[in-house]
Ligand binder design. Structure first.
Ligand SMILES: *Cc1c(COP(=O)(O)O)cnc(C)c1O
Length: 426
């Protein structure tokens, strides 16, 4: 590393020893980083083509107000998402307040009393427990008479096909497959694996709706779940596809009928997709999607860098330093609450926004245990921006993700490790 760059890192109190260690690791990752760049190159063109096919123009950036009838920007954006995901339709709205809401809208829109929802991949993301009613909650699917069944993954993280076959019954209406590990230490599934699971389920019951929770997975690979048979794909715009610029929103892409069912739930029966003013966010949603492939590639490099750095220091990391990546999340098991807190402090101190804040564990709506979060983000809570969060519970694993640029991700990881070092936790 040249002297000038080293001096700059010193301004962030990163010591020489750590820098040298990190340099070695970074140079060993050159080939993997090149592979990530090629995926970004492919996805960049996929997005540009989608924008061209939908004749995106300056006029689409102006928003509507009130009911939002004839919002051509909204319609073009939904067309672009449908093109990117290769689906019949998409619902992409600032009125979808977060990923959990997008998933709730898709589920409530497509399930009716007496139907059964199946998760063939074990426990879903924490916030879904209340939507489904796994943890009793007001307004849950359970209260509306929708039942739920769950099939655990096998101990090695693979699908338990035998038990899945036994779980599918005449009431099974919708199967929810979560791509990313979320707050668990199971592996994230590749799009190809999801495709195999969907084929298996459709082989048992062809008319079942296969829905994928695609949070954190967008643009990590060159294909998306809809390319391998998913009927619905759902995600948040303050994660990957918003590219860091989308200030709010979620998307639901898939078969027209199912997307419309979701739209009738989001707005109202009879209104559906026809209303929903975009106010002044259209341009950010387009531009964020345009930048997303590049942003995701930076976040992925950060995750791989972190895995290798922490692995070499003896911590257990999932995915490990050499594994293929299917989402942007990196779990690092630090083993103690102190480790988790020091890690998060380091990430926070590297932020462009709120770097002076000190993260502390606390209650978070939708989560069962106290959670600590580090985020110095331009968009509140945006986890495509460099962020780390951890439930304060064994095995004391921190889930780290994002970084709008690779350089910021790198700085954050170095500062987390420096913090651990200073507190004698390495
Ligand atoms: C983030 C996430 C969600 C929920 O999204 P929010 O925007 O936090 O509500 C759901 N599922 C998975 C896998 C996620 O990563």
């Amino acid at each position: 590393m040249d002297r000038e760059l080293e001096n700059m890192y010193e301004k962030f109190h990163i010591d020489r020893e750590l820098l040298t260690f990190a340099e070695e690791i970074e140079s060993s990752l050159k080939e993997r980083f090149e592979k990530i760049d090629r995926i970004a190159e492919y996805n960049q063109m996929k997005v540009i083509r989608a924008m061209q096919e939908n004749r995106v123009s300056d006029a689409h950036f102006a928003g509507t107000t009130g009911y939002g009838y004839n919002d051509i920007g909204r319609e073009a954006l939904e067309g672009v998402y449908a093109s990117v995901f290769h689906t019949e339709a998409a619902l992409v709205r600032p009125q979808i307040v977060c990923g959990t809401h997008a998933l709730a809208v898709a589920l409530f829109g497509n399930l009716r009393p007496g139907d059964e929802l199946l998760s063939p991949v074990g426990k879903p993301y924490d916030t879904l427990e209340e939507i489904i009613g796994i943890r009793p909650s007001r307004g849950s699917l359970a209260e509306y008479g929708v039942t739920y069944r769950q099939v655990e993954l096998k101990p090695d993280g693979s699908f338990d096909y035998e038990k899945i076959r036994a779980a599918v019954n005449e009431r099974t209406k919708l199967v929810e497959i979560q791509r990313s590990k979320g707050y668990q230490t199971r592996p994230t599934f590749s799009v190809e694996q999801i495709g195999e699971l969907i084929s298996f389920i459709k082989g048992i019951k062809p008319d079942v709706i296969c829905m994928v929770d695609n949070c954190y997975g967008e643009f990590v690979e060159t294909i998306e779940p809809n390319d391998v048979g998913a009927d619905l794909c759902v995600g948040s715009l303050i994660k990957n596809p918003g590219g860091g610029l989308a200030p709010i929103g979620g998307y639901i892409a898939g078969k027209e009928e199912y997307v419309e069912n979701a739209a009738y739930r989001l707005t109202a029966p009879g209104l559906g997709k026809e209303v929903g003013a975009t106010l002044s966010v259209n341009q950010s949603l387009f531009q964020g999607l345009f930048l997303a492939p590049q942003v995701v590639s930076g976040a992925l490099k950060g995750a791989i860098f972190a895995a290798n750095l922490y692995e070499k220091k003896g911590f257990s990391v999932i995915p490990d330093g050499t594994e293929e990546r299917y989402d942007i999340i990196q779990a690092v098991t630090l083993g103690t609450p102190e480790g988790v807190i020091a890690f998060c402090k380091g990430i926070q101190a590297a932020a462009p926004v709120d770097s002076f804040a000190v993260p502390e564990p606390g209650y978070m709506p939708g989560y069962e245990s106290d959670v600590i979060m580090a985020a110095g983000a331009f968009i509140q809570g945006a986890s495509i921006e460099l962020s780390a969060d951890a439930p304060i519970a064994p095995p004391y694993a921190v889930y780290f993700q994002g970084g709008l640029t690779w350089y910021h991700a790198k700085l954050g990881i170095l500062m987390s490790m420096q913090k651990m070092k200073e507190e004698g936790l390495l």
